[in-house]
Design a protein around this ligand. Sequence first.
Ligand SMILES: [Zn+2]
Length: 162
Amino acid sequence: MRNKPIFRRGEFPRSVEDLLERLPLKQNGECLECHRGIDSRGYPEIKIKKKRWRISRLILFLRGEDIEGLQAIHSCDNPSCVNPDHIRSGTGKENMADCVARDRINKGEFRPQAKLTKRDIKHIFRLHHLGMKQIPIAEVMGVSQAHISRILRRQSWGWLEW
Ligand SMILES: [Zn+2]
């Protein structure tokens, strides 16, 4: 069964509050998660006036921010989160730097040639998607560039669902 549209034809949210009131949300710690309309990268999307919006990006737009060429950055690193306090706009470079910094905080500066976890693999694809080259990704993750290349070509970990 298909979900009923949250916004009727021609309707547009009047404000961030209006948007959030209509979304099915789940509190998770400080995060407000939306598990409806999740795209292939884990971000909830909504269709309004025939246009698909990432909700995080829509929030920036509704706040009146100029989002041309910018990305929505989650301070909580939780793609399904739509808490406006956790979302700010920034360049792709800033997003990438943030992503790397968070990973460092999570793992500590020193990483021996460790086995990669499922979470690491997702992180690698995320960095790749943000435009980071294989060599810096390899450095961040503490593995060889060849390994990163195999992962991105899905020769390693190809069984994982994204
Ligand atoms: Zn959050």
